[in-house]
Design a protein around this ligand. Structure first.
Ligand code: GLN
Length: 303
């Protein structure tokens, strides 16, 4: 299949779209990003890479990082993790609080903010230097030592992350945060500030296309764990737009408010897009269009 030709064609078509969305501004530092940025990268199962546009420029991966903390936490505590977080889609926005109250502090899934905060708490409990150790883990996963936090973004969210502070305190009141709330939030804001390009994202998420083995063929997850995380990405990766993403694109994936999306076809490829404008559900508007066109043109969705 001519992946390069298809990606270039989709890039050119989607770039013309009127429907570019709006750049997130509730984290002030994110609002400074040029809304015209747009990149696509695909890494196939043979590790051949194809890209178009700003595919090698770093951006804030935000909630995409929730999948990576989940991988590390699972590798440390195994299936015990599921005693503290569920695996059901929430059908609500990523920062919704009411459900947490109703369900007594057990977040619906690890990809909404409340669930990711519990995963952070697990890592804060088990890692000696959580921020350094997690960064080291991500660099190993991606086989790329240049990946780093964007401290400005982390600080900007720390100053304005009132809803996350509310969620963490509510979780703490139910006994589902064991560490100091500020330490957990500081770690969470840092994981969200991870900066990567589309190209780096495809390398980092390659293990989900490859039954748990990274590009260097090191085993980070058991095949059954990789399968399960793909299932969670499919049902929960896009919050209250997860059904729509499944319906239109048909791949497991994860979005972030920095405008990135990564999606996986097990045994076939991993694809990442970046365009900072978000739709009203907080997912990249052009990114959604790219992926819908890609699986439609190639017929390569999991369904
Ligand atoms: N750091 C962001 C937040 O907690 C992540 C949200 C997202 O990317 N959907 O609000």
């Amino acid at each position: 299949m001519d992946f390069q030709g298809i990606i270039e064609e989709i890039y050119a078509t989607v770039k013309q779209s009127e429907n570019k969305g709006t750049v997130a501004s509730y984290i002030p530092e994110l609002s400074k990003v040029n809304p015209e940025k747009f990149g696509i990268c695909l890494l196939d199962i043979n590790q051949k890479s194809y890209f178009a546009g700003d595919a090698e420029e770093s951006f804030s991966i935000q909630s995409i990082s929730k999948v990576l903390t989940l991988v590390q936490a699972l590798s440390i505590v195994g299936e015990d993790l599921w005693k503290r977080v569920g695996v059901e889609p929430s059908g609500d926005p990523f920062n919704f609080l009411s459900l947490l109250e109703l369900e007594k502090g057990i977040p619906r899934n690890p990809l909404i903010n409340a669930g990711a905060l519990v995963v952070c708490d697990i890592l804060v409990s088990h890692l000696k230097n959580p921020k350094e150790d997690f960064l080291h883990f991500v660099r190993a996963l991606a086989n790329d030592k240049t990946i780093d936090y964007d401290k400005k973004v982390a600080l900007s969210e720390k100053r304005t992350g009132f809803r996350n502070a509310a969620a963490a305190n509510l979780l703490k009141s139910f006994g589902n945060i064991h560490n100091d709330v500020d330490a957990v939030l500081d770690f969470y804001f840092h994981q969200c500030s991870l900066a990567m390009s589309c190209k780096q994202l495809t390398k980092t998420f390659f293990l989900f296309a490859n039954h748990g083995q990274c590009t260097q063929l090191h085993k980070f997850l058991q095949p059954s764990q990789a399968k399960r995380i793909n299932a969670i990405m499919l049902s929960c990766g896009f919050y209250d737009e997860a059904g729509e993403f499944s319906f239109k694109v048909g791949l497991p994936g994860k979005s972030g408010v920095g405008g990135g999306i990564v999606a996986i076809h097990p045994d076939k490829y991993c694809i990442a897009t970046w365009s900072p404008g978000l739709n009203h559900k907080g997912n990249s508007s052009l990114g959604m269009q790219v992926l819908e066109q890609f699986t439609t043109k190639t017929g390569l969705s999991i369904f």
